[in-house]
Ligand binder design. Sequence first.
Ligand code: FUB
Length: 311
Amino acid sequence: MKKALLSICLVFNSAAFAANPVFPEVFTADPAAMVHQDTVYLYTGHDVAKDNKTFFEMHDWLVFSSKDMLNWTEHGSKLAVKDFSWAKGDAWASHVIEKEGKFYWYVTARHAKINGFAIGVAVADSPLGPFKDARGTALITNDMTTDTDIDWDDIDPAVFIDDDQQAYIFWGNSKPRYAKLKPNMIELDGPIHAIDVPNFTEALWVHKKDKTYYLSYASGFPEKIAYATSDNVKGPWKYQGILNEVAGNSPTNHQAIIEFKGKSYFIYHTGASQNGGGEFRRTVAIDPLYYNEDGTIKRIQMTTEGITSAQ
Ligand code: FUB
């Protein structure tokens, strides 16, 4: 009996937990994660609204890294709106990707001279920077997309590099869009295309597993994360339904999906922090993501416990 009790304790102690929210001391939103070598780099927005009744207040982006998804190192703020001379505020969702040893950080910010939101890109030689504006101008501005009445339709960049090394940038609010990127990663290469998926709001993310391309996005409002699949990065996309329900206490959501050391992860934000969380005071959470045998994805189960090493 004594022996049995001891072995139960050992098993319990060997399962390390990374509870949600992952970083309880700092309000983080709009996660974008990248695996580089043996490390996960997590890039997030940074909610600094003093109370939860006004609107987003976001000035910079933060970086975290981990070698096991359980223990995280905080690297602090590595890019800010003030690093882009053409921008005047609102450090909204971003995305980082590596190509040929350079790290490109695509960001959303409000343009200082052209009405509306815009997308810019910074570049660095390391995933931790230092990052510098790669162009000195925005890559995408609101006047390049004139098919909506809103001025926040050019937000939430997500970049995907296909097996043939062609890079694509996806983005949008209300209207999902994509365009090819030139090999230099800092210029569009050709026209902007529309994407046909139902009930799209924002927060596109593209990933590939085996031969299937997955396009996930925030749907409706309050937002649920939905997804679609295709055998081509350019579509057409087959709608596959809801991947994640409305997250606690937050009408927005924004996901990153990665595979690391053979396991898949769903990284998102909620307003559920019991330390003053809410719509404009969000925190990043991580839960496991599981595929079905037919390649569809099981509905995410949002938890307080988060992931364990025994996942
Ligand atoms: O964080 C500001 C905006 O809210 C993001 O750009 C959207 O994806 C939503 O999360």
